[in-house]
Design a protein. Structure first.
Length: 437
């Protein structure tokens, strides 16, 4: 079911090119439609949002009452509710350990400098509706924001006829403050500019369809976004001792997402690659979504046989996959060579779905090679920092001439003057209550 190629310096590059090509940008028509909705909402506010919502979703936006979230929790099977709560606890624990703290210290010049860390004031979370209902994504987006101290978390989801109970229960568990039934590019526009009872947010996170992705990309700059995600992907590095059943199962776990998903095996053993291929055929036979998996693996699945594990690591760094599994005898020995990946899973007992649902690190990860410069969503994504500078006369005086020289070198005489006037009086001005550093 998957093609098996031997790395020769050319063939594997063709595979890389195919992976990059699959993550095509939104078509021109989608971009035009998203841009038109953004402009309409910017100029006309809520009436434009309501008109788009009626047109595309058959209903006007409305706010979902807290009682509905309580009812959703009650409607969920107890086992599912327990799993959601456990996942939320793990995500919370992970992000609490990452949380940056404000700090101040004495500079070499004797002044006080530092950094204040603050959570964003208001964040929006987009949650797809219909069959694409992912309560795990609600937790992965909302819990880190809560840990960061975000002032208000606003979740939006399309006004479908039957809102998903698990999604609403996840919102309750994660501590979402408001849930508004509005979707599509019009939801992105409303959260970007503010529209009626839908507030403007500082940052928008969460997956959506092509129109949502296009609108988020265009709105960036008016607000911050998490990333513009491409198709899902997994890359497995395996040596000859790896279990082909497990490697095949993990490749299939990503292939089932959609027909553009990518599943790639890098191995030093052609025997293992052939065994994995046989296992893929066998396991696909009893799994649902087989048509999607077969299309994904046919078009974007591949096993590449490399000369050494070092070669595997180097190729993995070029691909910079969203998910990288290392199924080798000593996975940590290879970890030091991995530079580019969204999340790394070490060993046969750390499958990718563990990260998707329960381990704690976020499953919102950079795709399409952007792990070369993007990082996973985390508590850091919902923080901003402010610098602190406090000098007194005693600490400013010894360095005043250096500041004046630098300012005058840039022909900014008012900058130089701001320093100079403070020392024109022999005694110097009083500190006026700002304190001496």
């Amino acid at each position: 079911m998957i093609q098996i190629v031997t790395a020769d310096g050319r063939r594997e590059r063709e595979v890389l090119q195919a992976m990059r090509a699959r993550a095509a940008q939104a078509g021109a028509e989608i971009n035009r439609a998203a841009a038109a909705i953004l402009e309409d909402v910017r100029e006309n506010g809520y009436p434009a949002v309501a008109a788009c919502s009626r047109k595309f979703d058959g209903a006007e936006p409305y706010e979902i009452a807290p009682e509905r979230l309580e009812a959703a929790c009650a409607a969920c099977p107890p086992e599912l509710l327990s799993a959601l709560e456990r996942a939320a606890a793990n995500i919370r624990d992970y992000n609490e350990k990452l949380l940056l703290k404000s700090q101040e210290w004495r500079s070499p010049d004797g002044g006080v400098v530092g950094r204040i860390v603050r959570g964003l004031s208001r964040v929006g979370i987009y949650v797809p509706g219909g069959t694409a209902a992912y309560p795990s994504s609600v937790l992965m987006n909302a819990v880190p924001a809560k840990v960061a101290g975000v002032g208000e978390i606003v979740m939006v989801t399309p006004p479908t006829e039957n809102l998903n109970d698990a999604v609403l229960a996840a919102a309750k568990i994660a501590g979402v403050d408001r849930v508004i039934a509005v979707g599509g590019a019009q939801a992105v526009a409303a959260l970007t500019y503010g529209a009626g009872f839908i507030p403007r947010v500082d940052k928008l996170v969460g997956p959506g369809n092509a129109y949502v992705a296009a609108a988020k990309r265009m709105a960036y700059g008016q607000l911050d976004i998490d990333m513009v995600a491409g198709p899902s992907e997994v890359l497995v590095i395996a040596d000859e001792k790896a279990d082909p059943r497990l490697a095949a199962a993990d490749l299939l776990s990503q292939a089932e997402h959609d027909k553009l998903a990518s599943a790639v095996l890098l191995t030093t053993s052609r025997v293992l690659a052939e065994a994995v291929d046989r296992e893929i055929v066998r396991q696909t036979g009893y799994l649902t979504r087989s048509e999607i998996m077969e299309a994904s693996l046919r078009d974007f699945g591949c096993a590449i046989v490399c000369g050494t594990l070092d070669n595997c690591a180097a190729l993995a760094n070029e691909i910079a996959p969203e998910h990288l599994e290392i199924m080798t005898e000593n996975p940590r020995a290879l970890l030091s060579q991995i530079k580019n990946a969204g999340a790394v899973f070490l060993g046969a007992w750390s499958p990718e779905p563990l990260g998707d649902y329960l381990a704690g690190p976020d499953h919102v990860l950079p795709t399409s090679g952007t792990a070369r410069f993007f990082s996973p969503l985390s508590v850091d994504s919902f923080l901003k920092t402010m610098s602190i500078i406090q000098y007194g006369k005693a600490s400013l005086e010894p360095i005043r001439n250096d500041i004046i020289r630098l300012a005058e070198a840039e022909h900014l005489t008012a900058h130089a003057n701001s320093i100079r006037v403070r020392f024109e009086d022999v005694d110097g001005p009083a500190d006026k209550g700002e304190g001496r550093a």
